[in-house]
Design a protein around this ligand. Sequence first.
Ligand code: SAH
Ligand code: SF4
Length: 344
Amino acid sequence: MRNLRDMTYDDLASEARRLEEKPYRAEQLFAWIYQRRAVDIDEMTDISKAFRARLKEEFFIGGGNVLEVRKAADGTRKFLTELEDGARIESVLIPETDRLTLCVSSQAGCALGCRFCMTGMAGFTRNLNLSELTNQVFSAIKILDEGEKLTNIVLMGMGEPLNNFDNVLKFTKILTAPRGFGFSHNKVTLSTAGLVPGIKKLGEESNINLAVSLNATTDEVRDRIMPINKKYPLSELIPALRSYPLKGKRHITIEYVVLKDVNDSIEDAKRLVRLLHGLPCKINLIPFNAFPGAAFKSPETERVLRIHDFLKEAGFVVIVRSSKGSEIQAACGQLKGWYEAKGA
Ligand code: SAH
Ligand code: SF4
């Protein structure tokens, strides 16, 4: 049996051909799956009973076994999904004044091993398939409160999305298809640790927003905290960002996790200004979220604010990302750790 939530529009079109159905069946199915969010093939009442019966022989709609939902006082919700093979992934819903963002995981674990990242330290399990990506959106919609509407999607959860390129690209196409989830391209953002060939490919094949975890201003420091920098150093990464196609008023988001005594000096701020000079970007300063066994410490607020003010004065759009939902371990990889520690 195959999951309909694993199918792109093109997959459905070729299934319709194989089953000798009219091409518009693919459109109907696509809308039923992603726009109308059918949970059962029999809900598709404008499709003949005979064709539904035929579909049910080979297909089902499902997945997304949510083990636990935790809600913080600030409205942040984090949920843990168990996949068919027992692997576990997390997704986070983040309410802000004018938006409600879902942070989606792209892999179970991550192979890039960034030293400040709990997911990275735990290693890589596997890529998520398409239904495991789409199911995070379905599960999130199910737990929304009355009157809430999902407005933004960020691929910023566990994993490196550009290392799961094909499934992630299919996922973003379904997110932005008018008869799919219907998000506008500028409401979908992919965050990468800086895989240069993947950034180029994404720019050619998609027009979603790009966020890059820069996190350091010299190769020496970046090599130390993000091993991927040895493969794609700043001298390759920054030009790749400069040539990423940005349409209209769009910008690249630069993420900078601030680690105490590692990358929190005023010299770092000066180097950031030089590195990013002229690049249409928005800088997110993220104070390091400590976890048990971490090799780093959270920075002093004063140091973070000093960098913030310096960048702002240099003309950049910069924000300090507040630690949302800290009491529910909302930072990357922490709910999974918490759940397993209590013996689940
Ligand atoms: N692999 C992608 C997306 C997932 S990580 C990437 O690296 O961009 C999402 C973000 O969380 C990254 O910006 C990363 O730098 C940040 N991050 C990871 N661990 C963190 C921690 N302990 N505290 C604060 N930010 C962290
Ligand atoms: Fe992977 Fe991103 Fe964590 Fe680095 S920060 S280990 S790339 S998930």
